[in-house]
Design a protein around this ligand. Structure first.
Ligand code: SF4
Ligand code: SF4
Length: 393
């Protein structure tokens, strides 16, 4: 099944087509809204070396393919694994040169793992936890639903709410808010009683075989336990992206269940009049999670929902140009200082437009943004979209 994914050598021509133009470092100038917020690549900004941008990683990929670079070195692993896989470089480079640097970076990671050099010890640690506990957080699998209130388990349900590890064990308020909304709407849903990690941290760090193992478990369980399921609903942008891109790529057309992010469902229910929300005089800015925005092209549904009950105000870097929260691609576990510094930049950007609330649609973004907020001199309220809706519905 892993052979559905390209090998590093398949990108040989692509890496030669990188002209080192550096358009992958900055936001797309066509959409530049504020020259103070021109930077796009969080790894490049934090480490301040050419090598830590997509262009540098393309050159390293060339060196590995052509066996010019002796590896492993600690520095090489830092460069390859400090990319959040945010996809800003993909957005610019695919537009200009028809290249996707993140695909190359992930292929390098897969090769490092195949050759026994990668991933980093922190990534191995969460892989071990996923194998043993089926979650990345070293938590007991049997307690996955322990703190989730009033969740329904119904083998006949037409829709599955896939909670994900982060909201099962860390940002539990997001799972509880989602369930509160679904119960209030009398939505025909079920949660899974044997849900495993979606595999996102494994796929992003090159640990494909382990990722395939959890994917096969999740898909088999869904088919066997919930035969009527027509759709899977997600409140986690990372899980949604993993099902939508990684599972689809590996499983192909055999996997034909509809995948829906909660913001898409809410947008539909607001548009058709099922949900009516009272208007609040409050300024909310929306942080696009990279997994939902650039990787799945879902930009407008959360904005439509926010606009239906508040004043939506945009940060200078939004939609395709959004600044990453800093935690993806295995960076949070291996380079926490970079993850926090990147999130602090985002908080400052939200404060610069006088937002009352910084809102997102991803538990992993919320986790990292909140940790940065704790360290910031000036605070801002950070909420997931479902938390606000659950309060006012
Ligand atoms: S990766 Fe793309 S955008 Fe970046 S330097 Fe190379 S060609 Fe330019
Ligand atoms: S995915 Fe993001 S962090 Fe990685 S090289 Fe591209 S812009 Fe930089």
């Amino acid at each position: 099944m892993a052979d559905q994914l390209k090998e590093l050598r398949d990108f040989h021509e692509d890496v030669w087509h990188c002209t080192k133009c550096f358009c992958c470092a900055y936001v797309n100038p066509y959409y530049l809204e504020d020259e103070d917020y021109y930077y796009g690549c969080p790894a490049g900004k934090y480490f301040e070396f050419d090598s830590h941008h997509a262009s540098g990683r393309m050159e390293i990929a060339r060196g590995i393919i052509e066996e010019e670079i002796p590896y492993p070195t600690e520095k090489l692993l830092e460069i390859i694994y400090s990319c959040t896989t945010c996809g800003l470089c993909n957005a610019n480079c695919s537009f200009l040169k028809d290249l996707e640097p993140v695909e190359v970076i992930e292929a390098v990671r897969r090769k490092l793992v195949e050759d026994g050099i990668g991933p980093l010890p922190q990534h191995k640690k969460f892989a071990d936890s996923i194998e043993k506990n089926h979650n990345a957080y070293q938590e007991n699998h049997d307690k996955r639903l322990k703190k989730i209130n009033n969740a329904k388990i119904n083998p006949e349900a037409e829709h599955i709410y896939y909670i994900g590890c982060t909201s099962s064990y860390r940002t539990i308020e997001i799972a509880n808010a989602t369930i509160k909304i679904l119960n209030k709407l009398d939505y025909d849903y079920t949660v899974g009683d044997d849900e495993w990690c979606c595999g996102s941290p494994l796929f992003r760090t090159g640990q494909t075989e382990a990722g395939i193992k959890v994917m096969e478990h999740n898909l088999k369980t869904i088919k066997e336990k919930f035969p009527n399921a027509k759709s899977i609903l997600f409140s986690c942008a990372g899980c949604y992206r993993t099902f939508k891109t990684d599972y689809k790529k590996l499983y192909g057309s055999d996997f034909d269940v509809k995948l829906v992010h909660i913001s898409e469902l809410l947008q539909t229910l607001i548009k058709n009049g099922t949900i009516k929300l009272s208007i609040k005089d409050i300024n909310i800015t929306y942080h696009d999670p990279c997994h939902l925005g650039r990787h799945c092209d879902v930009y407008e549904p959360p904005r439509d929902v926010i606009e239906s009950f508040s004043n939506l105000i945009e940060m200078p870097r939004n939609r395709i140009n959004a600044w990453c929260c800093g935690s993806g691609g295995g960076v949070k576990s291996a380079f926490n200082d970079m993850a926090i510094a990147t999130a602090l930049d985002r908080l400052e950007e939200a404060r610069s437009i006088n937002a009352d609330i910084l809102m997102s649609t991803c538990p992993f973004c919320k986790l990292n943004l909140c940790q940065a907020n704790d360290q910031a001199d000036e605070k801002i309220e950070i909420l997931d979209l479902v938390e606000f809706i659950a309060k006012i519905l």
